[in-house]
Design a protein around this ligand. Structure first.
Ligand code: PEP
Length: 245
């Protein structure tokens, strides 16, 4: 993992409760160390609560708009005020279920940075795109939408999460070699314009990571940690994954 600090992020999706906050925060507080960043992305109503338990927190999405008449949306500044440091943008479930385009994801990325939230830009190809050889062009277009809007330097205060859609919630993890190849592609693409930025950029892998496969994924040179869905809801699994980073 070179000079980059490993990061383990738990995406609770639309799961969680006050009880889970108590259980997970006490487990996470036991494994926390200066050597890794552990971040939890709970549903909005649990952000403050988790933060008060000493956990570093992020939101699962953010509105691209300034405050106003957008019923049901949550403003970036308010998310920050609730104690969040990060936000996911462009998670594949947001892209596929809620129709978020690359452009809209770039707008969310911009709004997050405007208020000082660190965006975790989720990218990844579908199974169909992989078998038809489009993995690199799909991932490049997802990143380029942000670069075109904000310039390459915007990636400096961000994290990228490579999450092949076919591996999310399916139990079908990318092999360490498959994941490493895409992580290297992303880092090389950025290094072509700014090698220091590329070397400092945290790139997480996500997609059916569990306590059995995490060690092998995290041992790859360009994989700096993981974005964990299902396994982040179980204290034993999540802490074991943190310990393997
Ligand atoms: C995710 O939600 O980003 C994810 C990777 O889920 P899972 O670990 O369950 O595949």
């Amino acid at each position: 993992m070179a000079m980059r600090k490993p990061m383990i992020a738990g995406n609770w999706k639309m799961n969680g409760s006050f009880e889970l906050v108590t259980e997970l925060s006490s487990a996470i507080n036991k494994v926390k160390s200066a050597k890794i960043d552990v971040v939890v992305f709970p549903p909005f109503p649990l952000i403050s609560l988790l933060q008060q338990q000493g956990i570093t927190v992020g939101s699962q999405t953010v509105s691209e708009h300034n405050p106003g008449a957008y019923t049901g949306e949550v403003d970036a500044q308010l998310i920050k005020q609730c104690g969040a440091h990060y936000t996911l943008v462009g998670h594949s479930e947001r892209r596929s279920i809620y129709g978020e385009s690359n452009q809209r994801v770039a707008d969310k990325f911009a709004r997050a940075q405007q208020v000082g939230l660190i965006p975790v830009l989720c990218v990844g190809e579908s199974e169909q795109q992989r078998v038809t050889g489009q993995t690199e062009s799909v991932v490049a277009a997802q990143i380029d939408a942000v670069i075109d809007k904000l310039g390459l330097a915007a990636l400096k205060d961000s994290v990228i999460a490579y999450e092949p859609v076919w591996a999310i919630g399916t139990g079908k993890t990318a092999s360490p070699e498959q994941a490493q190849a895409v992580h290297k592609f992303i880092r090389d693409k950025i290094a072509a314009s700014d090698s220091d930025l590329a070397q400092g950029l945290t790139i997480l892998y996500g997609g059916s990571v569990n306590e059995e496969n995490s060690e092998f994924l995290f041992a790859q040179p360009d994989i700096d940690g993981g974005l964990i869905g299902g396994a982040s809801l179980k204290a034993d699994s999540f802490t074991a994954i943190c310990e393997s980073a």
